[in-house]
Design a protein around this ligand. Sequence first.
Ligand code: PLP
Length: 421
Amino acid sequence: MNFEKSEKLYNTAKTMIPGGVSSPVRAIKPFPFYTASANGSKIYDEDGNEFIDYCMAYGPMILGHNPPTVKQAIIDQLDKSWLYGTPTALEVEMAKRITNLYPSVEMMRFVSSGSEATMSAIRLARGFTKKNKIIKIEGGFHGAHDAVLVKAGSGATTHGEPNSPGIPAGVTEHTLQVPYNDIEKMAEVIEKNKNDMAAVILEPVLGNVGPILPEGDYLKELRALTAENDVLLIFDEVITGFRLAPGGAQEYFGIKPDLTTLGKIAGGGMPIGIFGGRKDIMEMISPNGPVYQAGTFSGSPCSMSAGIAVLDYLKENKVQETLNKRGDNFRKMLSDVVGDKKPDYYVSGISSLFVIFFGEKPLNYQDVLKCDAAGYMEFFHKMLNSGVFLPPSQFETNFISLAHTDDDFNKTVEAVEKNIV
Ligand code: PLP
């Protein structure tokens, strides 16, 4: 494959944009491909190369790239202009859909990114409980803001900066860490810090070093433990929301968190974040209460229009049901080839999420760090040259969209068989 134009773009980009990229996960070494367009399950670079895409913009594009219904909704909105700074009927329509799908989300606010959603949810949890400490899961990723960049997964782990410099110790001293899937450790840390513990925030399925699934009754036990100790439970469903089930992981696993954060799929590919939950907690948000939160682009009409279009399409076509079956089949196909070639590697996943771990089945972040991340990167480059774009890190999840076909899956499995040596 020829990457001449991408290399040239990178050489110019890196003089003005750190690493030549607008977000670190995109910084493939020695240089990333620069995208020209995308359609369905395919992404095309500036050199005219075509790849089957399993990054899918890191999750939002559940219908595939460029889906006609979402595109039309955005075009229709553009005719009416695209930012007003005033409330719209679109927000009301969108809110109705979210409360219907997520009974735990009695009230919500729209923001512009998942990071903003988790930042606001954490502030709200602290404001409501009048306590300072939060617990996050080691390797969990909740966006790139100060309170949660502690042992963070995703690009933070990939680039060796899970605890970012530039964040005062006084901020992160209130962020405690426990391993995923370890309810005893969680109970111990809650007990020790009970008087100042506001909330536990977690991805119900650990997505940003995974997917790693909850073992046994972990989530149920966590719900009971937090409730018993008056600690709020925040489900960060930025990845799992609208994917595992229409009502996300909370529907899939039958758990009712106090607060929920959503994003990605909810905006149909336009920027979005949502935080919401129990009415008594959400009423603390300004202007009803004293916890401040605001944003110029919050509830952006294009994000709302695209979001409504995607949510209606998902519902009318029972997309999650279809994708969950396709995900099961595809993981089985992958497990068969991986099992033959590398019996010590593990294909993990749930719903339309998957990953090939270059190591044994992990239960938590420390386990994942034992995987052969360098070996994965070699595999990544071979797959790219075979026309398959996987996430450029062992510490990310792959996404299947409705646009992925049997032909894509067969070609991918053939490429895995060839390249996993
Ligand atoms: N929470 C989770 C679980 C995520 O995976 C991400 C991003 O990948 C975020 C929050 C941050 O969302 P955003 O990138 O929209 O700020």
